[in-house]
Design a protein around this ligand. Structure first.
Ligand code: HEM
Length: 236
């Protein structure tokens, strides 16, 4: 325990250091700045937890321990939902008050977030482990587990947990774009001079494209039964 204080609660949770991570009240430019700092700090903590959990997930993928993989993915999904929902706190700040805070940010950018930069790199390793241990080792492919040999087996359940992770990460990016639209507008430039609307492209990026492509391939494949446009049910 490295926390200061006399009570075990303070020492275990290191509350003194934790509560010193925000500026002194006297240094805030307005009544929204504490919220602005806390939301960003809490987001960093959730990303730390997600990254740590993904490392465990990667180990369990390599052991084909599906129960652990699914439970731990559930933890990352819940943390991502929290990351998304807490963005709404910042929508209680007026555009004008954010402009005052923005003058204090130097040229800082969310792209410098250590948690986010780490998370962007991790899914490639997860995919390699999934491919090696759940697919190749069992002679399976994404096509087989979703379509021709669909049995709702372990590989499918893990793939769906990965798809859920991908979807929630994308939703975070999308909700972040909406937050920006609400606060500074999409027609402006970032503090590094980059056009803000470039973030919209990022909101369409996915970690596991194979898991999304299979859905359209199945729709096209199954759709050959009726051609491009299906007859109305009343025609039969
Ligand atoms: C009013 C609140 C916010 C505004 C106006 C805002 C604005 C922006 C802008 C303009 C960028 C583009 C930066 C660039 O291109 O250099 C950006 C990027 C980013 N912001 Fe925010 N942001 C806000 C809140 C947050 C919060 C709470 C988080 C939580 C983690 C966050 C995380 C990020 C990340 C990770 C990026 C990089 C995104 C990417 O490259 O895909 N932002 N933000």
């Amino acid at each position: 325990m490295n926390g200061e204080g006399t009570l075990d609660y303070e020492r275990y949770l290191n509350t003194k250091a934790l509560l010193s991570c925000q500026k002194d009240f006297a240094d805030f430019c307005n009544g929204d700045e504490l919220q602005f700092q806390i939301v960003h700090q809490v987001e960093e903590l959730w990303m730390k937890l997600i990254g740590y959990t993904l490392l465990d997930i990667d180990d369990y993928l390599q052991q084909e321990n599906t129960n652990r993989v699914v439970t731990l993915f559930g933890r990352t999904h819940t943390a991502l939902r929290l990351m998304i929902s807490q963005l709404a706190l910042l929508e209680t700040m007026s555009p004008r008050e954010y402009q005052e805070i923005r003058l204090r940010l130097g040229n800082g950018s969310g792209q410098e977030s250590p948690g986010y930069r780490t998370l962007l790199k991790m899914p490639t390793h997860l995919w390699q482990s999934f491919q090696t241990y759940y697919l190749d080792r069992h002679g399976l492919t994404v096509e087989k587990i979703y379509n021709t040999e669909y049995a709702h087996g372990d590989a499918y359940v893990v793939a769906e947990a990965m798809a859920e992770f991908d979807e929630l990460f994308q939703r975070f990016r999308y909700c972040h774009v909406q937050l920006i639209q609400r606060t500074i507008g999409l027609g402006s430039k970032s503090l590094k001079g980059r056009p803000v609307d470039r973030l919209i492209e990022g909101a369409h990026a996915t970690f596991f494209p194979e898991l999304w492509d299979i859905r359209s391939q199945m729709t096209d494949g199954w759709g050959t039964q009726y051609g491009v446009v299906r007859d109305s049910l009343s025609a039969h």
